[in-house]
Write a protein that binds this ligand. Structure first.
Ligand SMILES: *Cc1c(COP(=O)(O)O)cnc(C)c1O
Length: 404
């Protein structure tokens, strides 16, 4: 036992047990289940961040990310940090103090973008839509009229509500106004098409722990040529030293100039997660997300519950289900976790206590999980006194049967 300095608690190593979180099925808003292969990749030897072997891994990760984003953008890298670090990277590199920035807000993550723009001295113009609905392109058009914004920003998959934002009109309106189009794809990437070149997106960020099914800790980011040009024409230095892409890209590019030590083993795991995605194929993966989503919704509705978001703008990977009157949100989630090992999410912000958020992301998005959750939820709801109608599993199974 170590002798402690005066006043300090004496630590006994035996008091700290091995890490063993137990079995969990992650069906919340992220993180999602991480496949064994992706976890094992982390355990490969840590080598130098300029080791020729690691430089090769970096090149491959960039190649795989370009495939996932369906882009030819040279500046496509995983930023060291979670999705929010990717969000900040995009704003701090493109926005200078006084620049006008339009942020579309219909949930928690649009609100976070607006917060960042304010903090870095951008001139914020908000386009709001009710939470649970999509941004109306006409509202963006009206907000832009008579202005010259540098950036228009929007969330593709709003994880706080389950809304899928159609991007085509917003991209066109933004470019017509001469603005760069910045999109949050943290929850959409890897679970639905995010073809950024076809969709005319200039700057994009994502995260590893949602539909990519890696551990949290990295944020894939990609900048179009127009975005890179805007970055190069800045008059003031980027306010964040760590996230300054003009320096970070000298490490990921051919110069290999040290900026900060790459999180080596995290990048191994991202490479494996991306390799699994290419093995499955993008179309198969997106179809898997749609199918499991349809089966889940069929079961939820058969039980007598209802979805928050109208069908045409529902995300496949994030399902917001209204909590029925008289049912205790926390109790249900606690029983799901303790008795079934299933994690689902509660509501955020104005939807706290009002909806459950059921994630079908990446590796978690599987038939057996859908069926288990429906059975578990039906059981828990009944024990809480809610008269769940029978037939949820039959309804979900019918969707799967129709599909083959
Ligand atoms: C999860 C999420 C983020 C933030 O990512 P973190 O990894 O939690 O920092 C940003 N945007 C959306 C849409 C998200 O779902």
């Amino acid at each position: 036992m170590e002798k402690a300095c005066e006043g300090l608690e004496i630590l006994n190593a035996k008091d700290f047990r091995d890490i063993n979180p137990g079995d969990r099925i992650l069906m919340g808003p992220g993180p999602s289940d991480v496949p064994a292969r992706t976890l094992q990749a982390i355990a490969a030897p840590c080598i130098g961040h300029l080791d020729p072997y690691f430089l090769e891994i970096m090149n491959e990760v960039q190649q795989l990310l370009r495939f996932l984003f369906q882009t030819e953008n040279e500046l496509t890298i995983p930023v060291s940090g979670t999705g929010s670090a990717g969000m900040e990277t995009c704003f701090v590199n493109l926005v200078e103090p006084g620049d006008e920035v339009v942020v579309c807000v219909n949930g928690v993550f649009g609100t976070r973008m607006a917060d960042i723009v304010n903090r870095i001295g951008g001139k914020l113009v908000r386009v709001d839509a009710e939470w649970g609905t999509a941004i109306d392109p006409r509202a963006l058009k009206d907000a832009i009229a008579g202005r010259k914004p540098k950036v228009v920003a929007v969330v593709h998959a709003e994880t706080s509500t389950g809304v899928c934002q159609p991007l085509e009109d917003l991209a066109r309106i933004s470019h017509d106004a001469g603005a760069l189009f910045l999109v949050d794809t943290v929850t959409s990437l890897g679970g639905m098409p995010v073809a950024i070149d076809d969709m005319n997106i200039d700057a994009v960020y994502s995260g590893t722990q949602k539909c990519i099914s890696g551990p949290p800790g990295l944020s894939p980011v990609s900048f179009s040529r127009a975005a890179v040009r805007a970055m190069e024409q800045r008059k003031t230095p980027v306010v964040s030293w760590y996230l300054d892409l003009s320096m970070v890209r000298d490490y990921w590019g051919t110069e290999r100039k040290y900026h900060h030590t790459a999180p080596i083993n995290m990048i191994y795991s991202l490479r494996e997660a991306l390799r699994l995605i290419t093995e499955e194929g993008l179309d198969m993966r997106f179809e898997r997300h749609r199918l499991n989503h349809r089966a889940l919704v069929a079961g939820i509705e058969a039980m007598g519950l209802s979805m928050l978001v109208p069908e045409p703008i529902r995300l496949p990977m994030l399902n917001a289900v209204r909590i029925p009157e008289g049912v205790e949100d926390i109790t249900v989630r606690k029983v799901l976790l303790n008795q079934f090992g299933i994690e689902i999410g509660g509501g955020l912000g104005q939807f706290a206590g009002k909806v459950w958020r059921i994630g079908l992301m990446g590796h978690s998005c599987r038939r057996k999980n859908v069926l288990l959750l429906l059975a578990a939820l039906e059981t828990v709801l009944k024990s809480e006194g809610y008269p769940a109608r029978p037939g949820a599993l039959d309804a979900a199974t019918a969707v799967y049967d129709q599909a083959c």
